[in-house]
Design a protein around this ligand. Structure first.
Ligand code: NAD
Length: 486
């Protein structure tokens, strides 16, 4: 049995209760009660904004090196507490403890270290002047108070992308994490507190997602937004926050093109990894596989063998490689896409349903489907479940046409032994990221990650130096140097 946590809002230096009944959170893995979560209102966001401006003034009075020390301290605390935090991630989000939750905490700690070091090196240009009597320099400044809205699929690592860069650059933050993973948020907040980060730098907002998210996006005291979430939430937030600087990291469905000259064993393993890792609940999961006709049958047979290797079960048990889906809406979305595809003529080759005999109905079988066509949800939407849906193509042109037909464009992947073709396809895929001979779910945290323009996968780039740039504004300073004494 896990300890039942009471999670309160954090406003400035105070823990704050809500005014309505707390929300009870249960584990997708075991069904047991994990937390009682206080439910705040818009009023709490307003109070947090005031506290955040106060903190922002203290943060920017420090040097970058002093803020870097704070970020290093948060990283150290994450590392010290990694086992406790990872256990809670597994319990409330469902990913396997050893294979995925511990690495998630380690990645988060590394993000704080990277931001700490990056801010010391965030140089700006001195620009040549067309006027002899002028010198021109640029500086980067924090924007002020950020609204940060984050999802549940990596409840520690994804917030850390923003929180690390925000702290290092001197922004204070009003953070609305996902309602599904409050305990992970509480851990991160505690790391800030115990690292002696100035009170009010990180304010934790809990409550109705639409109400709290709306206030965070729209409050005039919040001058910039960082959101990672679904494309639908992205559209709502973008409208509400119109005119504010915005970093939006939204949905994807990982188109993966496998040519007949690819190393098929490697492509099969990597594709299965991309489909089943974190039970398919990653923005860059491999959710749409396009196989050249002559290799499609062999690929599907290989994917079935890979699916058989998945060990579905309690995420805290050693050897488990896939845990439950995090919540019922996600499992229902998976049910819907599988049923729809089957009704339209696709064939479920493996899995295709929830697993029986496990503690909750959220455990989904790793699933392989063939005969997927562009009229199916698998093609045009994000599924966010453990599924490898395979369709076919005959030529490079057709592969690109099918891959680019979907409204999402986050990460694509191409498998081929012809490097010229790999580069051609990478250049023409309408995704912000392309992985060659590598799963769509491959990513390094310090690299620029984001959606392709014109698609529904987001605006801007997150990762390392790119987040530091996004969370600061460039200021131009012109200096008159004319000698008026002569
Ligand atoms: P979601 O959009 O349901 O929720 C994200 C956050 O937005 C949560 O904190 C939620 O409470 C809040 N929210 C919900 N309704 C809101 C509203 N009306 N106004 C303001 N905020 C609101 O997404 P989710 O289910 O938590 O996460 C999964 C989604 O996130 C997937 O689409 C996934 O692809 C995406 N994601 C993207 C990336 C990326 O880097 N591009 C990374 C991880 C997840």
């Amino acid at each position: 049995m896990s300890e039942v946590r009471r999670v309160q809002l954090r406003v400035g230096g105070e823990w704050v209760d809500g005014e309505s009944e707390p929300l009870v959170i249960t584990s997708p893995a075991t069904g047991e009660k994990l937390a009682e979560v206080e439910q705040g209102t818009r009023k709490n966001v307003e109070q947090a904004v005031d506290a955040a401006w106060e903190a922002h003034r203290r943060l920017v009075a420090m040097t970058a090196f002093e803020r870097a020390q704070l970020a290093h301290r948060v990283a150290d605390l994450l590392t010290e507490r990694r086992e406790e935090i990872a256990r809670d991630i597994s319990m409330e989000q469902g990913k396997p403890y050893a294979a995925a939750a511990l690495p998630e905490v380690d990645v988060a700690a590394e993000m704080f270290r990277d931001a700490a070091e990056g801010i010391k090196r965030l140089e700006t240009a001195v620009i040549p002047s067309s006027d002899k009597a002028k010198r021109i320099m640029t500086i980067r400044q924090a924007r002020g108070v950020y609204g940060i809205i984050t999802p549940w699929n990596f409840p520690v690592a994804i917030p850390s992308e923003y929180l690390s860069a925000g702290l290092a650059t001197g922004n204070a933050m009003v953070w609305k994490p996902s309602e599904w993973t409050p305990v992970s948020s509480w851990h991160l907040l505690n790391c800030f507190l115990h690292a002696d980060v100035p009170e009010g730098t990180l304010n934790l907002m809990l409550g109705d997602p639409a109400e709290m998210g709306d206030e965070v996006a729209g409050n005039p005291g919040i001058v910039a937004i960082g959101l990672t979430g679904s494309s639908r939430t992205g559209q709502i937030v973008a409208q509400r926050a119109a005119g504010k600087p915005m970093l939006l990291e939204l949905g994807g469905n990982g188109p993966t093109i496998i040519f007949d000259d690819a190393d098929l064993d490697h492509a099969t393993r990597q594709t299965a990894l991309g489909s089943f890792e974190n039970a398919g609940q990653i923005c860059d999961s491999t959710e749409r596989i396009l196989a050249q006709e002559s290799v499609a049958d062999e690929l599907v047979a290989g994917l079935v063998e890979e699916a058989k290797q998945v060990r579905l079960g309690n995420p805290l048990e050693e050897g488990t490689t896939m845990g439950p889906l995090t919540n019922e809406p996600t499992a229902a979305g998976m049910d819907r896409h599988v049923r729809e595809a089957a009704a339209k003529g696709a064939r479920v080759v493996f899995g295709g349903d929830r697993a029986e005999g496990l503690p909750t109905p959220l455990y989904y079988q790793p699933t392989v489907i063939e005969g997927v066509t562009p009229d199916m949800g698998f093609h045009s939407e994000e599924t966010f479940g453990p599924v490898a849906p395979v369709g076919v193509f005959s030529s490079e042109e057709e592969a690109l046409r099918l891959a680019n037909a979907a409204p999402l464009g986050l990460v694509g992947s191409v498998f081929t032994s012809d490097m010229g073709r790999a580069i051609r396809v990478a250049e023409q895929l309408e995704t912000g990221v392309v992985n060659i001979n590598e799963t769509s779910a491959y990513w390094q945290p310090h690299t620029p990650f984001g959606g392709f323009s014109g698609k529904q996968s987001g605006i801007g780039r997150i990762g390392g130096r790119y987040t530091l740039e996004e969370m600061t504004q460039l200021k131009l300073i012109t200096i008159d140097v004319e000698d008026r004494s002569r």
